[in-house]
Design a protein around this ligand. Structure first.
Ligand code: HEC
Ligand code: HEC
Ligand code: HEC
Length: 208
């Protein structure tokens, strides 16, 4: 992996993050863009001069690598910015620096899944520490976003869609909530739990 490739990927991630903070006023005026996570597909990954974030007359704007070019060799996804970042990292398509100044810094990866049971028919949510700590530091989430204790935090879809809890990142710098992504978070089918306790008391298991 060439250094300039992953640097531009990092730059684009950073710029898209900044872009969210400075959402263009046009969008705020349109009542149908409340859920900015579900923008029409053709609007994604426009070149910097057309993305509504960068100054089209700025000298540096045309020097920036267009996202589509930078993303061309990465693993595709079906929504968000159409890149599956987790698989791209797993397959070595990108090699992000964990520390801006230290090219040899390695993340402390923690392999701990937290299962959050969901009432109703949606599969339970599995929050995987592993895939997060490959990119993030513990302090990115603990304690400001989540108390580090299973079940101590109240999380709901409404909060996520409003940009809180998981939504601090999902929909901004990580894959958004969309019809294609429900199952990435809601990944533990209720049936599995039922199967595990079947021999004991099958009649009280389930929960649908
Ligand atoms: C992307 C956000 C995020 C990052 C980064 C993160 N965590 Fe967590 N952590 C969570 C969430 C969400 C929970 C579950 C909280 C709940 O269930 O209410 C959790 C729970 C925990 C728990 C409680 C486990 C239990 O069984 O009670 C510990 C301990 C913990 N995290 C430690 C860490 C450490 C150490 C790191 C860094 C190596 C880390 N976390 C990084 C989001 C994160
Ligand atoms: C970024 C991860 C994530 C994505 C994507 C996601 N969910 Fe959730 N969802 C959660 C979490 C976390 C909870 C809270 C679980 C709990 O009660 O602790 C939740 C809760 C829910 C609940 C329970 C009631 C509520 O509103 O809290 C429903 C229903 C639900 N999700 C439906 C969906 C549907 C439908 C989609 C796809 C359009 C979706 N979710 C996508 C993480 C996600
Ligand atoms: C501090 C930022 C941050 C927070 C908060 C956060 N995530 Fe993530 N999450 C990421 C990043 C970054 C990735 C990797 C990039 C991507 O997949 O878009 C990721 C990836 C994931 C994945 C994909 C794992 C895979 O194998 O493909 C799941 C599932 C997920 N997050 C669920 C959650 C849930 C559920 C919550 C809330 C309990 C949450 N995340 C909170 C940043 C965050």
């Amino acid at each position: 992996m060439k250094q300039h490739t992953y640097l531009s990927v990092l730059a684009i991630l950073l710029l898209s993050w900044l872009g969210v903070l400075a959402s263009p006023p046009l969008e705020a005026a349109d009542p149908n863009t409340f859920n900015r996570l579900m923008k029409a597909a053709p609007k994604h990954n426009l070149p910097p001069a057309e993305d509504g974030i960068h100054d089209p007359n700025g000298e540096g704007t045309l020097l920036l690598q267009p996202p589509r070019e930078a993303f061309a060799n990465l693993i595709k996804d079906k929504s968000g910015n159409y890149v599956n970042w987790v698989t791209s990292l797993e397959k070595g398509k990108i090699n992000p620096r964990f520390d801006r100044l230290d090219p040899n810094a390695k993340p402390i990866v923690m392999n701990l899944d937290i299962v959050r049971e969901v009432k109703g028919s949606m599969p339970d949510v599995v929050y995987p520490h592993k895939q997060h700590t490959e990119w993030l530091d513990c302090s990115n989430c603990h304690p400001a976003i989540f108390q580090p204790q299973k079940g101590a935090n109240q999380i709901s879809m409404a909060a996520i869609l409003l940009g809180e809890k998981c939504g601090v990142c999902h929909g901004k710098v990580a894959f958004p909530v969309s019809a294609q992504t429900c199952r990435r978070c809601h990944s533990k089918p209720k049936g599995k739990k039922t199967a595990a306790v079947k021999q004991g008391k099958a009649s009280t298991s389930g929960g649908n």
